[in-house]
Design a binder for this molecule. Structure first.
Ligand code: ZN
Length: 490
């Protein structure tokens, strides 16, 4: 059956676009952090939506799973295949239309995020979605994971930027929902079933996205703060004065900043003094007044005792250098040894309390552990990472991941937060979800999955363990994954 499926795919997509050689498919089996490694029968590279539909229909007929891949930059193992066929959307990379009056851009799923931003800019508009991997991640993956990033504060997640979708369904049908409407109450909001579904309900092949006016001026500043609580008060004060012009409030405590300054080539200490915490603040204005406006607000914060010091970037290059400190955090953390990572959110009003409580609990659980928590403070989204104690053994430290999950996730749950904020569930959070997600919500998710993917071929084993339970797709701990379900293994 497997051979006839590969033959079918070769005849329909062309032999050059059905890859089965080990070296060709290897990049699609690994994921960014090296935590998991999957298996696949083949990687197919369709050139358009019709060919994606053909590939899915052929796999459905053979009862073989499919996993859609964009840039394969995900952080939760959501793209790791358990056997089956990987559908790479890299060749669906056309910008179909830009319409300044509608303020929309219509793009195919394989467009690299930076290219979507550039196409919007060329039309004098802004596509605000922005994240560290924007040079290689693809918009289909951004939508399938409802990606967040550094501009959520003012512009929302990928979901808020989506007006319409084109989706290949589990049986190979194509749903054309490429509408550019700001209002459409003609029934259920189907597009939002697929945004954030991590490829488990359908494969997004194109989207109509919302554009925004480009700001006329921007200003960036770095604040030195006495505590997380002061950061929260400073954020509240800035948002009250600036409203939607406050486009970033990123939080960086002392330890992560020291890590970046130690390891990032060319990094310069942004403030002369030493502070318990720091914030990167950005103001975007429809008038040319951003620098003056931000300078005035920073003065107020210092006068009120909420900030100890602040520096305003005096040039675009200085602003870029400040952003580079923030954007390098995740990568630079790797130089300090093993990292146990949590991507969590709590209500913004409780983010300082969360940082204090979770930090104290982790330090008590493992003396010497170095809390490396930073992130999108203004969204209540913290990358609550833990760096191994100095001199500890990396593998032994990483083996503590489940214990720290329990500590951190219990605190998040107790504060009405989410254990999966902007990276998704994938494999890494899948078996945590039933512990924390409302059982009625989980049941609705399973019913939707059953209705949209009755054969269970769309990215099986991700988000939900599936009807056969976690044993069919075991992920006891980060490591190799295997498909136990018959007929799906390579
Ligand atoms: Zn982030």
């Amino acid at each position: 059956m497997t051979h006839s499926l590969i033959d079918t795919l070769r005849s329909r997509l062309g032999p050059a676009h059905v890859l089965t050689a080990e070296t060709d498919i290897a990049p699609h089996l690994a994921e960014t952090r090296g935590l998991y490694r999957g298996t696949a029968l083949a990687v197919v590279r369709p050139r358009d939506t019709a060919e994606v539909a053909v590939a899915v229909a052929a796999c459905a007929a053979a009862r073989v799973p499919v996993v859609a891949h964009g840039g394969n930059t995900g952080l939760v193992g959501g793209g790791v295949p358990f056997g089956g066929v990987v559908i790479s959307l890299a060749r669906l990379d056309r910008v179909r239309a830009v319409d300044p009056l509608d303020a929309t851009i219509t793009v195919e799923a394989g467009c690299v995020l930076a290219n979507v931003q550039a196409a919007a800019e060329a039309a004098g508009m802004l596509f605000p979605l922005s994240l560290a991997s924007e040079g290689s991640c693809r918009i289909g993956g951004n939508l399938a994971t409802n990606a967040g990033g550094t501009a959520v504060l003012a512009y929302g997640n990928a979901r808020e930027l989506t007006l319409g979708l084109e989706v290949v369904l589990a049986d190979g049908q194509v749903w054309n929902g490429l509408r550019a409407l700001r209002k459409d109450n003609s029934g259920y909001d189907l597009k939002n079933l697929f945004v954030g579904s991590e490829g488990t309900l359908g494969i997004i092949t194109a989207a109509v996205l919302r554009l925004h006016p480009r700001p006329v001026s921007k200003a960036t500043a770095f604040l030195g703060l006495p505590s997380a609580r002061a950061a929260l008060d400073a954020f509240g004060a800035l948002r009250e004065r600036l409203g939607p012009r406050l486009t970033a409030f990123e939080y960086v405590p002392r330890f992560p900043l020291e890590v970046v300054l130690r390891h990032l080539p060319g990094a310069v200490r942004p403030l002369a003094g030493d502070h318990a915490a720091y914030a990167l603040v950005e103001l975007s204005s429809p008038a040319p007044d951003a620098p003056e406006e931000l300078e005035a607000r920073l003065g107020e914060l210092i006068e009120a005792g909420l900030a100890e010091d602040a520096v305003l970037a005096q040039s675009e290059a200085q602003g870029t250098a400040l952003w580079r400190l923030r954007e390098s955090l995740s990568e630079m953390q790797g130089h300090e040894g093993g990292s146990i990572k949590h991507d969590v959110s709590v209500p913004v009003s409780r983010v300082a309390e969360f940082l204090d409580r979770a930090g104290a609990a982790c330090e008590a659980a493992l003396p010497g552990v170095r809390v490396c928590a930073f992130g999108h403070f203004g969204d209540g989204n913290i990358h609550f990472n833990l760096t191994q104690p100095v001199g500890a053994e990396k593998a032994a430290f990483l083996a503590e991941w489940p214990r720290f999950n329990r500590i951190v996730h219990d605190i998040v749950h107790g504060m009405d937060g989410s254990i999966a904020a902007e990276h998704g569930v994938g494999l890494i959070k899948r078996d945590e979800l039933p512990r924390y997600k409302d059982p009625v919500a989980l049941d609705l998710m399973r019913r939707l999955k059953g209705a949209l993917d009755p054969l269970g071929i769309l990215n099986p084993g991700k988000v939900l363990a599936g009807e056969d339970g976690p044993e069919a797709f075991p992920v006891k701990a980060p490591g190799p994954v295997t498909a136990a379900r018959s007929g799906t293994a390579a």
